[in-house]
Design a protein around this ligand. Sequence first.
Ligand SMILES: [Zn+2]
Length: 446
Amino acid sequence: MSPLVSPRSAATAIPALLSLLTLALASPAAGHAQQPKTTAKSVAKATPTEAALDRLAKQPAVAKAMAALQRENEWTLTEQVGLCEIPAPPFKEAARAAAFRDKLAALGVQKLRIDREGNVIGEIKGTGPGPTLVLSGHLDTVFPEGTNVKVKREGTKFTAPGIGDDCRGLAAVLATTRQIIAQKIPFNGRLLVIGTVGEEGPGNLRGVRALFSGPLKDSIDMFISIDGTGFGITNGAVGSNRYRVTYKGPGGHSYGAFGMPNPIHAMGRAIAKIAELEASTNPKVTFNVGLVSGGTSVNSISADGIMDIDLRSESAAALADIDARLQVALRQALAEEKARWPKSSVPLSLVIDTTGLRPAGTTADTTFIVRTSLAAARTMNVYAPLTISSTDANIPISKGIAAVTLDGGGVGRGAHSLDESYDDRTDGYKGPQWILLVVIGLLTTR
Ligand SMILES: [Zn+2]
């Protein structure tokens, strides 16, 4: 998960009890002139989705699963630590993938396989016909080979690179899957349990891309990624376009060859134009030249000027717009540097390599998957805000498939840093409980 998420709208986390109380009060008193005025919030009647989730939580198999998730919380934590201690650098997730597959096999997940990209895929078949829902976590970390991934535990706090992002997600997926199978919770359709590769930056979502371009691409109706910690619902996908831009020439002596186009000067012209690009705040649009390089010495005209550029927005249209203006700026800089030395016949070229494309989009607040995620949080009396981020859900969201990324509970700190920590506190188990309610809600209610 990208570290930056912005709470967008507040979910109304009204306790289920309050609504039940409201219902009890409302009927007999309806139309009574003397009925005391109550605030709009306190009389909010449960929506059909909310009422369905309240009922679902009381269903015997579901209630048993919820209780077991709390009682056997230590099991979840042991899995989280175990997976975290298997290194999973970008493009080297195979060992963790094999372990995740074996753990799913031990739980009774069927049709387990590892696809060509490296994703672990298994299935749990429901009792009747219905939609196909993906429940996934990502296997990869941002940390390079050789990083010490030994987990240090102090009470409820665990410290290790990747312990929250996304070993918490993977453990929550395992714990939820375990109870769905153990308690024989009835549901319709099919649950695909998946561990993806390549979610973090360098992977450029390669695992989830492969999933949605492979054999399953037309059969997935809904998608949930469990990524990170807390209780957020990410339904807005921040899109990004990343480029490595190179201005190239023959280079030469700074004095002897003076008078020819200079690739670093061309890059400087381009950076000045990028820095002046207009970027809106609503929808949010950002641009950044994050890395520059090139040149060999102070007294040489460099043969190249190289820069890495990142553009982002939550709006696909706004991202396309700033991208178009970037492309113009890069070409104008090239033309201006050439025009500066009209007598020179030395070539100057521009090469634009795409290093990352993550599509933007939104799963609307009104869709079933978002309403169910919010309603399940309300049933549990936890606050779950809607947020915008860059996650595996970007790909299905961009394809118009109902998708969200849910947090895995607990409290995380320092994602993507070596001192990353996860604190289970007293109620980390509520993460998997919430996920279970959402998953079963999506496969049993409408
Ligand atoms: Zn993540």
